[in-house]
Design a protein around this ligand. Sequence first.
Ligand code: G3H
Ligand code: ZN
Length: 289
Amino acid sequence: MQNNLNEILQRATKEGWAVGHFNISNLEQLRAIMEAAKELKAPIMIGLSERERKAVGLKEAVALVKAFREEYGLPVFLNPDHSHSAESAKEAFDAGFDSVHVDLSALPYEENLRGTKEVVDYVNRRLASVSIEGELGYLRGESKIQKEKIEIKQEDLTKPEEAADFARKTGITRFAGAYGNSHGISIDEPALDIERIKAVRKALLENVAMVLHGGSGIPDEQIKEAIKAGIANIHVNTEIRVAFTEALRKSLAENPDETVPYKITPQAIEAVKQKVEEKLKLFGSINKI
Ligand code: G3H
Ligand code: ZN
C-alpha cells in the first residue's frame, strides 16, 4: 500500500485517474466516506476548510482520521483545505494534518508566492515528504447551492506560465488553479477550459500534481475530460453536504417521534456513501490500493 500522497498523485497523473478529496464537518460524513473508500479500495483525501476545522476541532479531526486509518487499513490523508493564511496552514500541520493546502490566491501574485513559500519551507524543514498545495487564479462561489449566477471572468483564470513560475519558486507539489470551475452547485452548467488545463499540465514540472476545486455540479463528461487533460485530484464538498442534509431532513420527517440520534442518521450516512462511491468510480480511483 502506498502511503505517500505525492507518490500516489504522481501515479494518478501518469495513469489518468484522480484522487477524490471530500470535505467533512462531522463524524457521520467521515464514516460514510471511509466506508465508500474501503468498499471500492480507493486512496482518499479528507478535507476540512477553516470553518469546518472550527466545527470539528483540529486535534479531533486528526484523531478521528488516525482511528479510521488504523481500523480500515486505507491510505487516507487529512488536508487543511483552503488555509487562507500561512499561520492557519502551519497550525494544521503542527496539529498532525497529513497534507497542507495554503490558499493565498486572493493576494497579489508576489504576496501569494512569498506566503506559500514560507509554508513550504516551514513544512519541509520538519517533514520533507508532505504534499503541499498552493493556489493561483480566482475561484468564485462557496460550497452551497448557488442562488445567483456566477460570472467567471477571463482574468480569473490561471495562466500556464504563471502557474509554472509559481510552482517552481514556491516548491509546492500540488497546484490548484482556476479553469472555469467555481465552488458550489451553480445555476448554469459550468464549462471547464480543458485546453487551459492541458497547457498548465504541460508547463508544470512532472512532480507537481494538478488539483481541481469546485467539483460539485460539473457534468461527468467534463470531469473525465479534465482528468484526461492532467487533473489528478478533485475536491467535492457541496454534493456531500446536500446528500447528507436532504437525507437527514427526510429521515426526521419520516420519524417525527424519534429522539435517538443514531437512529436518525443512518439514511444520511448511506446517502453520502452512495455519492462518494459514484464520484470514486467517475474519478477512476477504485482498486488502486
Ligand atoms: O475545496 C473544496 C472544494 O473545492 C469543494 O467545491 O463545494 O463545489 O464541491 P464544491
Ligand atoms: Zn476548494
